[in-house]
Ligand binder design. Structure first.
Ligand SMILES: NC(=O)C1=CN([C@@H]2O[C@H](COP(=O)(O)OP(=O)(O)OC[C@H]3O[C@@H](n4cnc5c(N)ncnc54)[C@H](OP(=O)(O)O)[C@@H]3O)[C@@H](O)[C@H]2O)C=CC1
Ligand SMILES: Nc1nc(=O)c2c([nH]1)NC[C@@H]1CN(c3ccc(C(=O)N[C@@H](CCC(=O)O)C(=O)O)cc3)C=[N+]21
Length: 291
């Protein structure tokens, strides 16, 4: 069993990105600048946004955090987005999800200019991705491709079962792995909450991507020997024995699945840190594309 170490791989990536930033600066080019909009005070969202700001500092980017109260109107949020669209110093920005219920998420994602959409969530970029055109790939699936590539996990001709069809993880993951590309060329099955025979499918899988958001859902009896496991899930579970008051659980029951796996991502330290590194990578691309 080999651990797909997202913490280490993301640290390596950040070193590479920092070197590119130095080269840009040496050529008299601008410093990449990422902005993030956070609406409300959800604990997990605050943790992720702060991690993004910290990663910017580490690689030498400028960063701007726009913190808006929970009761912010959709109109005000759209105005903030328009300001970032028109601000030449900002190379890319993200609107942290989920948004409060009174705000239409689709409308917000469509307001982000596609050239600054480093999350890759705008319909133009989703369309470009689907048609194999160069674009910003959504950070989580992009990070998973990068991990598979760096660890030389064979994907060509392999049967991948993706559990989950969300717009930010499951759907793009299934599209990307079915494409002719590094870490692609796979035969992909997409499972979701209406799937009837999930265990039959996962037992056939060479690679399982678990992105459903149910802690420890995938158990050892559901996978075959030699399987590769990508655990995207991350749920906070109350735990008074921890200083933070919670522990993090993935969608995979690690103890029973790991012994049967050839490769497996841990939680924490797997897919999560890769997501942040790929957001940095997209921001660097956005900056380089401009100059
Ligand atoms: N590590 C990282 O960087 C990231 C981690 N995450 C984590 O990944 C998990 C998934 O996130 P996200 O994609 O946004 O979640 P969503 O809730 O948007 O999507 C979950 C998907 O799983 C499906 N699903 C739910 N229950 C079952 C079930 N019993 N069997 C099969 N499929 C099921 C749903 O089906 P249906 O469509 O029918 O509802 C849906 O397609 C969460 O834990 C989230 O925190 C998310 C983003 C990044
Ligand atoms: N517009 C937008 N873009 C996103 O990319 C986006 C989003 N909204 N909303 C929420 C999800 C989730 N997500 C994570 C990022 C980092 C970790 C991460 O770094 N996790 C650490 C642990 C962090 C902790 O301590 O909680 C780890 O797995 O090791 C996890 C999850 C990005 N998302």
């Amino acid at each position: 069993m080999i651990l797909l170490d997202g913490k280490k791989t993301s640290a390596d990536l950040k070193v590479e990105i920092a070197e590119s930033v130095k080269e840009l600066k040496a050529k008299g080019k601008k410093t990449p600048h990422l902005a993030a909009i956070l609406v409300g005070t959800d604990g997990a969202s605050m943790t992720y946004v702060n991690a993004k700001v910290k990663a910017c500092e580490l690689v030498g980017f400028n960063s701007t955090l726009i913190d808006l109260p929970e009761e912010t109107s959709e109109e005000t949020l759209l105005q903030e987005i328009e300001k970032l669209n028109n601000n030449n110093d900002i190379d890319g920005f993200i609107v942290q999800l989920p948004l409060p219920k009174h705000i239409d998420e689709q409308k917000v994602l469509m307001a982000v200019h596609p050239d600054k959409d480093v999350d890759g969530f705008h319909p133009t970029n989703v369309g470009r991705m689907t048609l194999d055109l160069p674009t910003f790939l959504p950070a989580t699936p992009f990070g998973i491709l990068e991990l598979l590539e760096r660890y030389k996990v064979e994907t060509s001709g392999q049967h991948v079962v993706v559990i989950g069809r969300s717009h930010i993880v499951g759907r793009p993951m299934s599209i990307l792995m079915s494409q002719k590309r590094p870490a692609g060329d796979a035969t992909v099955t997409v499972a979701h909450s209406r799937t009837k025979n999930l265990k039959e499918l996962t037992l056939q899988a060479d690679i399982v991507v678990a992105a459903l958001g149910i802690p420890e859902f995938l158990t050892g009896d559901m996978v075959k020997d030699g399987v590769t496991i990508i655990d995207v899930g991350i749920t906070r579970i109350d735990d008074s024995s921890k200083k933070s008051g919670y522990r993090l659980a993935g969608d995979v029951h690690f103890e029973s699945v790991a012994p049967k796996s050839s490769f497996i991502t841990p939680v924490p330290g797997g897919v999560g840190p890769m997501t942040i590194a790929m957001l940095m990578k997209n921001t660097l691309l956005a900056c380089e594309r401009k100059s």
